[in-house]
Ligand binder design. Sequence first.
Ligand code: MG
Length: 270
Amino acid sequence: MRLSTGVAAAMSANLVKRGWSKPWASTLAVLAVCVGAGSTCVLIAASAHEYESGIKWLEPKVVDPGPVGGHPADAIVLFDGKDLSKWKGGDAWEIRDGYAVGKRNGISTKEAFGDCQLHIEWATPAKVEGSGQGRGNSGVYLMGLYEVQILDSYDNKTYFDGQAGAIYKQHPPMVNVCRKPGEWQSYDIVFQTARFGEDHKLIRPASVTVFQNGVLLHHKQALLGPTGWRILANYNKQTPARGPIALQDHGNAVRFRNIWIRNIAEDEKP
Ligand code: MG
């Protein structure tokens, strides 16, 4: 063993001369000698210099992700199929068979949110009526300001920044992954609010990442400003730090189910 130790030291010194860092040279040399000797010390030697970045991390919290079709344990459930008590205007909507149907007015959460992860499932009417923007139109508003469009875009052409998954009038989705009318679809949205300085000037625009049915539509897409219909969106006015999640009523019976949200701001991680 003394001979092996000497060989390892010599090999390590040689590797250092060739530019290897000392810990790696030492590990490699010991490993080589041990393998050569068929020794069980291989694993011990290999783990003796495990790489550590030096950065101290807090242990990630354990969160039960819930069953498929459910929600993570640390999510705020906004609609569980039973009632819309967490929403303003929800009384006008019809609830049956675990879903809510849009009617008469839009609805918005009583609670306000900033940076968040939002999951929502929706289905446009199975019976196809109308065309373009008139077919299965609704929308998810982040902070009540920025619309991610809901539309029946299955074999239904409209302007590209107004089809399903578009950031309305700002950015088309990367792809059209709409399911057939009447089928359930999902949006998973990661949203970051716009940040303003003390002088009320924009430091960083709001941004979204959006998945529809698990497929990426937008990746950290910067938003031009609150959604407008006939204007180019802008940040001429400072937006609040938080706002409600809102669902648009556009006169079509779009259904919703399984809506949950997680706060993800650095200072309010669950
Ligand atoms: Mg809409």
